[in-house]
Design a protein around this ligand. Structure first.
Ligand code: CO
Length: 161
């Protein structure tokens, strides 16, 4: 496993639409291991492959007291409700902003063995799923701010997505 430098906006890879993973082979497994290690090292709650320069549809999520999640070719298949949340991103260090996210979502994708899985998520996990899947479409949370005064300087130790 390796810690990979995180790409920072306005790196163009963050604006690319990432490609679907066709074969879950050893290179994808290595990518997932590197993403997990990089996310933990950066104290992030989640990471998408383009953030380490690989435009493939792979995300990892690591929330306190929950098992780490990795999802290949993830998709939101259902979302409910709306709430205002404060959010940050490892690719936009030093800032947080207020955006609207769903209260709950259902996501589907494949796990690292290729099995189709579905995740029903609420609140923070739903938020992180939406945030990381946005990355795969070249979307950053700052795109969703109602105005720039919804963007604030970050408190040092807060977790980033
Ligand atoms: Co992010």
């Amino acid at each position: 496993m390796a810690i990979i430098p995180i790409r920072i906006a306005p790196d163009p890879v963050l604006r690319q639409k990432s490609k679907r993973v066709r074969f879950i082979d050893s290179s994808i497994n290595k990518l997932i291991n590197d993403m997990l290690e990089t996310m933990r090292f950066a104290s992030g709650a989640g990471l998408a492959a383009p953030q380490i320069g690989i435009p493939l549809r792979v995300i990892v999520i690591g929330l306190p007291e929950q098992k780490d999640i990795c999802l290949i070719n993830p998709q939101i298949v259902r979302k409910r409700g709306e709430r205002l949340v404060t959010e940050g991103c490892l690719s936009i260090p030093g800032y947080r902003g207020e955006v609207k996210r769903s209260v709950s979502v259902t996501a589907k994708g494949q796990d690292r063995s290729g099995k189709e899985i579905r995740i029903k998520a609420e609140e923070l996990l739903a938020q992180v799923l939406e945030h990381e899947i946005d990355h795969l479409n070249g979307v950053l949370y700052v795109d969703k701010l109602e105005s720039m005064d919804k963007l604030h300087k970050l408190e040092p130790e807060e977790a980033q997505l």
